[in-house]
Design a protein around this ligand. Sequence first.
Ligand SMILES: CC(C)(COP(=O)(O)OP(=O)(O)OC[C@H]1O[C@@H](n2cnc3c(N)ncnc32)[C@H](O)[C@@H]1OP(=O)(O)O)[C@@H](O)C(=O)NCCC(=O)NCCS
Length: 191
Amino acid sequence: MSSTWATGRGAVATMTVTPATPADLAEAEQVMREVLLRDLGGYRPRWHRDLDDLEMSYLRSPGCALLVAREVSGVLGTAAVRPCSLASPPNPEWLVREYNQPDVCQLVRVWVATAARRLGVGRALVERAVAWSLGPGGYRRVYLHTDASVPGAEKFWRSLPTREVLDQRPDPFSTVHFEIETDALLRTAGC
Ligand SMILES: CC(C)(COP(=O)(O)OP(=O)(O)OC[C@H]1O[C@@H](n2cnc3c(N)ncnc32)[C@H](O)[C@@H]1OP(=O)(O)O)[C@@H](O)C(=O)NCCC(=O)NCCS
């Protein structure tokens, strides 16, 4: 997992996507807080406490990882992996039963700096996060949900090999749940 991940896409051809080290965390946190504020309505303690201690949340917690996309100018975006631990409510019980399993992880914090969007950064982060999940992470399935009211979010996930599991709209958070078709994703990525 120490190897870098170079994307073939033009504008960020020199980008690497790697598991974060302690040296990455301050910059990663800055990008994450900017995206949170600008795109996602800002920090809410109930949901975003992981940002207050990224090292403990992702570098020192079993089954967790934080991936950072970086080029010379700095960190472009993040993706994080953690054990799937959904609550019901607001999620239906059948969904919790299906995905709160030891072999399922949740993909979270797929957040790309505004200036770096539509260059393949998000996709590269997801590919690397899934590779980590099925490799060192030891998982077999990758779940995620998104707020489909955020511009671009739903289209982004549907552009990847994902399977919609549940569309909860019109719930208050426009939640759409997906499972990643991991074989297809990694095949496309050339892993
Ligand atoms: C959603 C997000 C992660 C996408 O990151 P990105 O680096 O711009 O995504 P990519 O460049 O890899 O896009 C891959 C594909 O997704 C689709 N896509 C991404 N953003 C899109 C948008 N705003 N509108 C329409 N389609 C979009 C496109 O099909 C795109 O391929 P293309 O550029 O060749 O057409 C980024 O916009 C973001 O951080 N948004 C705010 C946070 C968020 O909502 N995160 C996702 C939910 S957790």
